[in-house]
Design a protein. Structure first.
Lengths: 339, 312, 322
């Protein structure tokens, strides 16, 4: 296996809500290797963005409690004071944000914004900085870099701005990148371009990437490994081919069958019953997905479900996957029995 | 007869400039769009942001003023009617919006939200109104007591149901759905799409479904119009457009849909690269000397394409 | 940029014309005129005498003729003759304009010098004791009427402590132009200036504090932190520049407040400025002086708004349009 870049161990991120702390990320462990894209996929409220912000330390320290370890280059980022963390953020650890329309400072030129991380992490003359910025602009596929260098964010299209956001993240050659929904706010053709660009860049930079997304299509296009997240926990981890060819956890299977993709015809889409539990009301003892699949008998679940390695590198939480079936299928079974 | 017949619709917005801020030019948001909607079908308008799909929908219902062309609804031209006349026709057309979080007034309870179209168009006693709202709220799968709750007490999918209930109150014939599921998670999106198909059968609705999501459009639409820069580039059945795209822009859009088979990702990347190269090379040949895309020419009875210079 | 400033300046012409017209018509609607004012309390004036004086000054002409005469002369710098002071209005105003402008600038500068640091502290360290103290001061300054506060200041620092003079703009015994003369001017400025400034900080502190709290949560600030920008630089390089935008936009409004405030201040501290003259001219029905002062104040507001626009366009690239 390739060299480990980032190691998350039993990370728990809790938010203070009216005096009590509730975990939005609830005991997550993950290892990212060099040149590997690990996708974290789940629906809104599953804790994936909270996880991303925990890694890079962007939560409000007053209202957030972080436990566990996030190890990068033999340092636990969670235990570092901000001054030390600032030596790592923007240098070894880059971040790509979701919305390119708001991620850039409206009052500063593109050149200035890409050069900024170099001010703090690299000893470069201003001419060398400029040279590096133009080089980065070229790398992210911006043609007339000299003109864009002097422009302001509002003068660029959404796709161009996202390229700039990526250039900022890459400025100091990070070993680890976190991309939080990097294509969600973009048009389809632009999304395709940015996905292809990131694949291209990954080939030349060999940094590890954590890709946060809700879109399984983006996962299929970009990830090497996938962690499916539900209610603060990983419920399934597998390499990308396995996840799409042999999904096991009921949540993964439900998600896949609710996508109106190329494969499904005009038939009904699968609907997941109920709603995502809020972190205050979440029952943290049993299988967290159990309330969404009430037709599966209680005995199928285990107490305090853990991740089981069902085949090398393929982990599934709780035992309920063994007996899971869609309700439609059950109806057919019953008919079969009665007739 | 078609339910809706849009003929050469144009919506131009003025651009002001120069020293005295005179009108120097126009943004041709919608520039000569024509299509028909047959009763009971779902017609998809698809394209990227700024292509004019939303403006087209809004012009049909009168939220944007059509600066040219006709919007024939049951044979009556809505485009040149004044507000008073349009009102009589417009109750048969309702709109569903993208964001269920902001399209409902947070200070009104569900009863007041859903009853609003009734109050605008019909005079009912409070009791009659209440029964009609209660029937509708049960029909869209919410509990009867929820009519006294406020929008923030519902989930995104439920809110979109409330929006749909409001649209259905006057028994409309046509529903213009502008990105109705774009703000929703996939599992909730599935819920709303299924529900929209269900009520389409029950209420005999015709949908004009506006979306940027080609997967959703393919799933729900019978016929599709692809828009680019305020014009149609291609129109046909879902089958025609997805399995036999003719216009390079359509091909480009379809190639942009994320590949769901991880094994084929680099293949897809190469395909996109090829199409993009061709697109860059041939781009100019898709526009006439005024920079306007060519008109649609029928290929088969159901499938038409904006022709290319020198092509076809 | 130059084109923008030019256009923005040209827009002022119709604004000023409209302003002058409104002022003129409104002033004409006031009961009585200069003649009634001048002869007020004089039992010997006969209506015939008063009528002949009206005729002499053109006060019986139709209003548009009077307006035309007035505006025509005003453009040339002649604002007419004061009926009560029997001297040209421009002459009467000259020294007072200088005084009021000095006082207003003093108030403006002190206001910003207090409000901007306090707003930044309150916005950056929200919910600390410093923030709570600043917010309390802010509510106090918002709720306290200027004339009550100014009287208190006058009583405390002038009568009780005797640190500052209680009235006037300069000690008349000192020779003009000497060092002592300017020190005396400044001494006379401090009490009215501080009274005005301490209460005028409200808007700026409130705006700045709220805007910093909003901007702190913006995505581009997250981007800055993710770059490893030290906390202090996150504020100076990213947050403050954005948060100063509404303050710049507020400048025009601030000028309006200054003018209203200077009327109170000049009355209470018997400071010989426009405000004081304004009140005198109204009670004396000195029509030409009143209109001239209102016109000057209105112009100041219009110029202030223009300055706001120009400053905004200088710091915000989104407004730099041709």
């Amino acid at each position: 296996m390739a060299e480990t870049v980032l190691e998350i161990e039993n990370l728990r991120t809790s938010f203070n809500i009216k005096g009590n702390y509730y975990a939005a990320v609830d005991g997550v462990s993950l290892t990212v290797h060099k040149n590997e894209v690990v996708a974290i996929v789940g629906e809104s409220g599953c804790g994936k963005s909270a996880l991303a912000l925990s890694i890079i330390g962007l939560h409000n320290a007053k209202t957030t409690k972080l436990e566990g370890q996030v190890n990068l280059k033999e340092q636990n980022l969670l235990s570092l004071p901000v001054e030390k963390l600032n030596k790592i953020r923007g240098k070894d650890l880059g971040m790509i944000f979701q919305d390119p329309m708001t991620a850039l400072n409206p009052l500063a030129t593109i050149g200035r914004q890409i050069a900024e991380p170099m001010d703090y992490h690299m000893k470069l003359s201003s001419a060398a900085k400029k040279k590096r910025v133009l080089e980065l602009l070229g790398q992210v596929g911006i043609k007339d870099a000299n003109r864009i260098y002097k422009q302001y964010p509002h003068e660029l299209s959404g796709g161009m701005r996202q390229r700039v956001v990526i250039a900022i993240a890459l400025a100091c050659n990070p070993v680890m990148l976190i991309a939080d929904e990097p294509t969600t706010a973009l048009d389809v053709t632009i999304q395709a371009q940015i996905m292809d660009l990131m694949k291209e860049l990954q080939r030349i930079t060999d940094s590890g990437i954590i890709l946060i997304t809700h879109d399984l299509g983006v996962v299929a296009e970009m990830a090497n490994r996938v962690a499916v997240m539900y209610a603060g926990e990983f419920v399934e981890i597998a390499d990308v081919n396995t996840l799409f060819s042999n999904p096991l956890h009921p949540y993964t299977r439900s998600l896949l069958s609710s996508i109106p993709s190329n494969m499904t015809d005009k038939e009904e889409l699968h609907v997941i019953e109920g709603i995502v539990p809020s972190i205050q009301k979440l029952d943290r003892k049993g299988c967290r997905f159990a309330p969404r699949i009430p037709w599966i008998s209680e005995d199928a679940h285990e107490d305090n479900p853990t991740l089981h390695e069902v085949e090398p590198g393929h982990f599934v939480r709780c035992t309920c996957y063994k007996e899971f079936h869609f309700p439609e299928d059950q109806v057919e079974d019953e008919n079969y029995v009665t007739t | 007869m078609s339910l809706l017949n849009v003929k050469d619709l144009q919506v131009h917005f003025p651009i002001r400039g120069g020293f005295f801020r005179r009108v120097v030019d126009h943004v041709r948001a919608v520039d000569g769009v024509s299509f028909n909607l047959e009763p009971g079908e779902t017609y998809g308008l698809v394209g990227e942001s700024g292509c004019g799909k939303t403006t087209t929908g809004r012009a049909i219902i009168g939220l944007n003023k059509a600066t040219g062309g006709e919007v024939l609804f049951n044979g009556d031209n809505l485009a040149n009617m004044n507000g008073h006349d349009r009102r009589k026709h417009i109750r048969d057309i309702q709109m569903i919006f993208q964001d269920p979080y902001s399209s409902l007034n947070g200070r009104k309870n569900v009863l007041n939200i859903i009853a609003e179209p009734l109050r605008n168009f019909e005079r009912l006693s409070p009791k009659e109104e209440l029964t009609r709202v209660q029937n509708m709220i049960e029909r869209v799968g919410l509990s009867p007591e929820s009519i006294y709750k406020y929008p923030h007490q519902f989930s995104g999918g439920q809110r979109q149901r409330i929006g749909i209930a409001r649209a259905l109150m006057l028994n409309p014939k046509l529903i213009i759905a502008d990105e109705p599921v774009s703000a929703l998670d996939v599992s909730v999106q599935a819920q709303v799409l299924n529900f929209m198909q269900e009520i389409q059968k029950d209420f005999g609705l015709t949908y004009l479904f506006i979306s940027h999501d080609l997967g959703v459009i393919k799933h729900i639409c019978d016929r599709i119009g692809i828009m680019y820069k305020g014009r149609f580039v291609e129109e046909g059945t879902a089958e025609d457009v997805y399995n036999n795209p003719q216009h390079l822009y359509t091909k480009r859009l379809i190639a942009a849909i994320p590949e769901m088979d991880p094994a084929k990702r680099f293949e897809k990347m190469e395909l996109r690269k090829e199409i993009n190269n061709a697109y860059r090379k041939e781009y100019d040949s898709y526009f006439d000397k005024d920079g306007r895309m060519f008109d649609l020419k029928p290929l088969t009875p159901t499938h038409s394409v904006a022709v290319q210079k020198g092509g076809m | 940029m130059i084109k923008f400033i030019l256009r923005r300046t040209l827009i002022m012409i119709p604004q000023l014309l409209l302003l002058s017209l409104i002022i003129f018509v409104l002033a004409k609607q006031m009961p009585g005129d200069a003649v009634t004012g001048a002869f007020m309390g004089n039992p010997n004036a006969t209506p015939e005498q008063m009528e002949s004086i009206r005729e002499h000054y053109g006060l019986n002409d139709p209003w548009y003729v009077q307006y035309g005469n007035w505006i025509g002369k005003a453009v040339k710098g002649d604002l007419g003759q004061s009926y009560t002071h029997k001297q040209p209005v421009t002459h009467l105003l000259a020294g007072r304009v200088a005084n009021t402008v000095t006082l207003s600038l003093f108030v403006l500068i002190v206001t910003y010098a207090i409000a901007i640091p306090l707003g930044i502290i309150a916005g950056r360290w929200t919910d600390t004791w410093a923030d709570k103290l600043i917010v309390t001061y802010n509510y106090f300054s918002f709720a306290t009427p200027l004339f009550v506060f100014a009287l208190l200041m006058l009583f405390l620092f002038s009568f009780v402590l005797g640190w500052f003079p209680s009235g006037g703009s300069v000690d008349v015994r000192i020779e003009t132009g000497t060092w002592a003369y300017y020190v005396s001017k400044l001494k006379h400025l401090v009490l009215p200036g501080m009274s005005g400034a301490l209460l005028a900080t409200f808007g700026t502190i409130q705006y700045l504090r709220n805007d910093i709290i909003d901007t702190k949560l913006k995505d581009f600030v997250k981007t800055a932190r993710a770059k490893g920008v030290p906390e202090g630089k996150v504020y100076t390089r990213h947050i403050l520049r954005n948060s100063m935008l509404p303050i710049a936009a507020f400048l025009g409004y601030e000028v309006t407040g200054l003018i209203a405030g200077s009327i109170f201040l000049e009355m209470i501290f018997s400071y010989p400025g426009l405000g004081q003259l304004f009140i005198q001219s109204i009670t004396g029905r000195d029509f030409t002086v009143t209109t001239a002062i209102v016109m000057i104040s209105g112009t100041a507001v219009i110029v202030g708004t223009m300055l706001s626009d120009i400053i905004l366009s200088a710091i915000d690239p989104r407004i730099r349009i041709e």
